[in-house]
Design a binder for this molecule. Structure first.
Ligand SMILES: [Zn+2]
Length: 309
């Protein structure tokens, strides 16, 4: 998840991109510091047990590496990670904010094991939020859609998640992103389904279209890397049209902008069955084989191929 950012007075006064990146050093209550590539992660862990701290540090390092590999670098020079204990063995809800520096908050069960943390999606999802600038509440579907879509692809590329599992979730969950009777376009319909899975469907459709138009030479990842590089990510505010233009320039297409114009104020019922058939994704990817002779099979394979640039 991603908290709505607060009103940024500086943007209005200066008529310039607002910098929300915050402090350049870790807060005083930091319990340990991690260096991921060139970036600093300040960990605030409330559990003093050395073995727990080691477990959590390993989880954070792996999650940060997954995201750094996808984007070519960790998407913020400095971020605070507040890891709070809760009952049980799972990973609780996450939250990423940019109103006083970049901060990710996640709750972790005291019984969480190395295995359960290895299968966790929450922290990767939250870290992906750091790579997109603040585009405003109306376009929250883009932020949540990207975090939902990239989490699976980046973990598969890293070898942290089965490729079949990623496509199985997409096939199962993308229908929740389709417009229901009476709903409007993406900028007008902030329901859970449209925000998370409608946004993820926008990403998948953009990915496929970019690859079709570039003969599978580049994909959405190339666009997202350029957006991070040129905007600085979640520590800054940018207009959505500018963000999509940056992405399109990097791929030499107009896919992101064209697709956004089609769906921003108009509900669009994508033919998902046709999309899965063209990609060669079976009804149940966990038990049935992919169709490698499908017209877009090469595109499907390229999306989740290890460290695909
Ligand atoms: Zn989110």
């Amino acid at each position: 998840m991603r908290a709505s950012a607060i009103f940024c007075l500086a943007l209005l006064l200066a008529a310039a991109p607002c910098n929300r990146a915050g402090a350049a050093s870790c807060p005083a209550d930091t319990t340990e510091t991690l260096t991921i590539r060139e970036s600093t992660l300040c960990l605030l862990i409330d559990d003093p047990t050395p073995s727990r701290r080691l477990l959590l540090r390993t989880w954070v390092e792996r999650s940060a590496s997954i995201v750094a590999d996808y984007y070519g670098r960790f998407p913020a020079p400095l971020a605070v990670l507040s890891l709070t204990s809760m009952e049980g063995g799972g990973v609780g809800g996450g939250r990423t904010t940019n109103d006083s520096g970049l901060r990710i908050q996640v709750r972790i069960g005291r019984e969480a094991s190395s295995d359960s943390l290895s299968n966790d999606w929450v922290l990767v999802h939250e870290m992906v939020h750091l790579a997109l600038p603040e585009v405003g509440r109306r376009h929250n579907w883009l932020a949540e859609g990207l975090a939902t879509y990239v989490e699976g692809v980046a973990r598969a590329q890293f070898g942290n998640r089965d490729i079949a599992d990623v496509w199985a979730e997409d096939r199962h969950s993308m229908p929740m992103g389709l417009p229901r009777e009476g709903e409007g376009g993406m900028d007008q319909t902030p329901t859970w389904g449209r925000t998370y899975w409608g946004g993820a469907l926008y990403c998948l459709e953009a990915e496929v279209a970019i690859r079709e138009q570039t003969r599978n030479r580049v994909g959405l990842q190339t666009a997202l890397r350029a957006i991070l590089k040129q905007t600085g990510g979640y520590g800054f505010e940018r207009d959505i049209d500018e963000v999509l233009r940056i992405g399109d320039a990097a791929t030499g297409t107009r896919v992101l902008d064209d697709l956004y114009r089609q769906i921003k104020t108009t509900p669009q019922a994508t033919d998902l069955d046709l999309l899965w058939t063209r990609l060669g994704v079976p009804r149940d990817p966990k038990t049935q084989p992919f169709d490698d002779h499908a017209p877009l099979a090469a595109i499907r394979i390229a999306i989740t191929a290890p460290h695909n640039f």
